[in-house]
Design a protein around this ligand. Structure first.
Ligand SMILES: Nc1ncnc2c1ncn2[C@@H]1O[C@H](COP(=O)(O)OP(=O)(O)OP(=O)(O)O)[C@@H](O)[C@H]1O
Ligand SMILES: [Mg+2]
Length: 248
């Protein structure tokens, strides 16, 4: 299997000499693989994605993309290689209409008008945005903004698509649409999520993070989750118990 991401002994703190938010993280992602990263609030999941996306540059250790150090990519090539949908969509939307927002990156990529129209149609329908094309992004609801941020990055079709909490605030029908869209997206995906249902639906591998370190990297396996991702195991079983108690 060809590796697309190689991370070795990554360390990062926000303040010089401050606490390590990422504390010696190593893992690899293969081409075409989909991995979910889970773990408690403050574990460093978003920070890790921001480092891989080239936003946070002040790290030690290695991040390689397709065998090349991340620091050798300039912004104009990196965004096609690796791109991130931020946890908060407000940080990602700046155009006057939904349509322009989705088309923005395609214009920069020099995609033909017909090609851009095709991708616009595909991602707006896939993510249920077709009714909102002429609206201002700032006038959308939070869940709709989230879907627009997803469309505006997915339309670039980066080699590694990174999504930070993509299913948060999505209603169930929108979540199913996203699951289907991601199933059809055959490139590599790194998905940070608190949503175990979503993680199970979209990925075959789990990375669990606590206090800036990886505590688990492997398949969704009951025995391993019980041993190494205690709160996740508890969540799954508490849900089963509650559903049984309510006779669901
Ligand atoms: N810009 C920043 N400056 C200083 N500290 C920060 C900054 N951003 C995040 N942190 C700190 O880094 C730690 C990890 O934050 P991060 O957002 O990566 O966590 P997370 O795992 O994504 O959490 P959540 O599940 O809540 O999204 C937290 O303690 C947070 O307070
Ligand atoms: Mg986060």
């Amino acid at each position: 299997m060809k590796k697309i991401i190689e991370i070795e002994n990554l360390k990062l703190s926000y303040d010089a000499g401050g606490a390590l938010i990422i504390d010696g993280v190593s893992f690899e992602i293969n081409e075409g693989e989909t991995v979910s990263i889970m773990g408690p609030n403050g574990a460093g999941k978003s920070t890790l994605l921001l480092a891989i996306a080239g936003v946070l540059k002040n790290y030690s250790g290695d991040i390689k993309i397709s065998g090349l150090p991340l620091k050798e990519f300039d912004d104009s090539t990196l965004y096609k290689k690796v791109n991130l949908v931020f946890q908060n969509p407000e940080n990602q939307l700046f155009c006057d209409t939904v349509e322009e927002e989705i088309l923005f990156a395609l214009k920069n990529l020099g995609v033909s008008r017909a090609g851009a129209e095709e991708k616009l149609n595909f991602y707006s329908v896939s993510l249920g945005l077709e009714k909102f094309m002429k609206l201002e992004p700032q006038h959308l609801s939070f869940g709709q903004k989230k879907r627009l941020a997803l469309a505006s990055v997915m339309v670039i079709e980066p080699e590694v698509l990174m999504l930070d909490e993509p299913s948060s605030n999505l209603d169930y029908v929108s979540k199913l649409k996203l699951i289907e869209t991601l199933a059809g997206y055959k490139k590599s995906k790194i998905i940070v999520t608190q949503d175990i249902h979503f993680a199970l639906a979209v990925s075959e591998r789990l990375i669990y993070m606590e206090n800036g370190s990886l505590t688990y990297d492997g398949r969704f396996d009951q025995d391993n989750l019980k041993l190494k991702c205690g709160s996740l195991y508890k969540e799954i079983n508490d849900f089963k118990d509650l559903a049984a108690a309510r006779r669901l």
